[in-house]
Design a protein around this ligand. Structure first.
Ligand code: TRP
Length: 329
């Protein structure tokens, strides 16, 4: 069975785009591969979050992923900092990471441009820490978006370099896992291409019903079609696309026929769409709240997750230490 590692940034909340996109695939993947999902709290520290905020965000991310379907019985879910072996591996790998190549990393260059007042060494070594997250479990695959591809390339470079320097075939070359066709794209309701946090157009899994209704009713529309089977403008196509994802096929077909006959009333369609989104979101939102209120359960989950992750990490660290010459007497 293949090993998959996926790091989750504990920032912000999950929206429908995350849920129907990567998360659905994570939920499927947890049955087909040996998966390690972790909340990347060490990485968050590069931006110096308020300690209480950091803790709240970690808890929130954990609750949302659990509520959305990651199953701690089936897979391994842990908090990055509960596995300090990662930090040790990062220290060891940093001995073979060159400052020049770290400085040339696109994400680092962007950070120093945007935050010239906080160019810390953690930021510079971010790719080494990320490589350690991946190599600590000797992952075959890492599901990543475009913005993380360079980090994964560096992970492979560090792995190859380690193997070459010590004359071993120890670390695999972890490959990006692209969900391709399986990745459902959820568009925005503001007429723009995609639903996203930075786009500010998200419907969040934690949104109350009323907020969802308001957001949907505000969706951008047009004057309506003037001739049968008129091609749809992007904002209208987006509303239909979301309806296709969340509503019953008959509902979708009903409104599509209305559109094609020039009888569409966008207000009615939006009302229906809002209720169909609520039918998806409300149960998840309730699970998020229940999980967040249950510290005993959360503690059980993270302790069991850390124990499973530790088994794999301890083995890697035993080997890496031995390979590098850190040996017991
Ligand atoms: N850097 C990733 C992001 O910003 C999060 C991350 C940290 C990660 N370690 C990882 C992702 C290891 C995959 C594997 O989204």
């Amino acid at each position: 069975m293949k090993t998959v590692v996926s790091g989750i940034r504990p920032t912000g909340q999950l929206h429908l785009g995350n849920y129907f996109g990567a998360l659905k695939n994570f939920v499927k993947m947890q049955n087909d591969a040996n998966c390690y999902f972790f909340i990347a709290d060490y990485h968050s520290l590069t931006t110096h979050p308020d300690p209480q905020n950091l803790h709240d965000n970690v808890k929130n991310a954990l609750a949302e992923y659990l509520a959305a379907g990651l199953d701690p019985q089936t897979t391994t879910i842990y908090i990055q900092s509960d596995l300090p072996q990662t930090a040790e591996l990062s220290l060891l790998l940093s001995m073979h990471a060159y400052v020049g190549e770290l400085e040339r990393t696109a994400s680092f260059k962007e950070k120093i441009r945007k935050h010239p007042d906080n160019i810390n060494a953690g930021l510079l070594c971010y790719p080494v820490l990320m490589a350690s997250d991946i190599l600590i479990h000797r992952a075959d695959f890492v599901p990543v978006g475009k913005d993380q591809e360079q980090h994964l390339e560096m992970t492979r470079k560090f792995a190859r370099r380690f193997n070459t320097i010590y004359g071993v075939e120890y670390f695999p070359e972890s490959m990006p896992y692209n969900f391709g066709q399986d990745l459902t794209k959820v568009p925005g309701l503001d007429g723009s291409g995609k639903m996203g946090k930075s786009e500010g157009n998200g419907i969040y899994l934690a949104d109350p019903d009323e907020v969802i209704r308001k957001k949907v009713m505000r969706a951008v529309t047009d004057q309506g079609p003037t001739e049968p089977n008129q091609p749809m403008a992007e904002p209208i196509a987006n509303i239909f696309a979301i309806m296709k994802i969340v509503s019953h096929p008959e509902t979708y077909d009903f409104y599509l026929a209305k559109y094609n006959n020039c009888e569409i009333r966008y207000g009615d369609m939006k009302k229906q769409l809002a209720e169909d989104i609520i039918a998806v979101v409300a149960p998840i939102r309730e699970r998020i709240a229940d999980i967040k209120a249950n510290d005993v359960y959360l503690r059980e989950v993270v302790e069991a997750g850390a124990a499973k992750a530790r088994a794999s990490a301890d083995e890697t660290m035993r080997n890496v230490r031995e390979i590098m010459g850190i040996k017991p007497f």
